[in-house]
Design a protein around this ligand. Structure first.
Ligand SMILES: [Zn+2]
Length: 143
């Protein structure tokens, strides 16, 4: 969460990324360590991706892309239902929640959910191996 300036000036970004090991684990049903916990909160995204893939006859890669996007949207829904966020609404301090997709291949970011006002993604360069520790650790938490 980015806390700057007046109460309304808050942005929360849920950022998925391509080539995500966590997303592949959701698809493949890996049940290890923290991934199992993560699978629980991503169940709805898996169901949506399964349905869409069946309807459209998607390849595995296409389905993983759909699953990545559905998961960002689902985690935003989860965030909006958190007591923390609801309390912020009650106090008139409404955070903007953005859903982004970082494309590892190109370094570009697509806006999946427009949180309105404020944050706009800037193009990032794909990190070279061993460079950008902060970015890679944030990415790792998501798998
Ligand atoms: Zn990932």
């Amino acid at each position: 969460m980015d806390r700057r300036g007046p109460p309304h000036d808050q942005d929360i970004i849920v950022c998925g990324h391509t080539r995500c090991g966590g997303i592949a684990a959701i698809e493949d049903g890996v049940h290890e360590n923290y991934i199992a916990d993560w699978l629980c909160i991503a169940t709805g995204a898996k169901e949506a991706a399964d349905r869409i893939a069946k309807e459209r006859g998607l390849s595995r890669e296409e389905k993983l892309a759909v699953l990545t996007e559905e998961n960002v949207k689902l985690q935003i829904k989860h965030l909006r239902n958190l007591a923390l966020i609801k309390n912020m609404h009650a106090k008139g301090s409404v955070p903007r929640i953005h859903g982004w997709l970082y494309r590892v291949e190109s370094g570009s970011i697509d806006v999946l959910v427009d949180g309105q006002g404020g944050m706009k993604p800037a193009a990032m360069k794909p990190a070279a191996p061993g460079v950008g520790k902060r970015g890679s650790s944030a990415t790792k938490r998501r798998g």
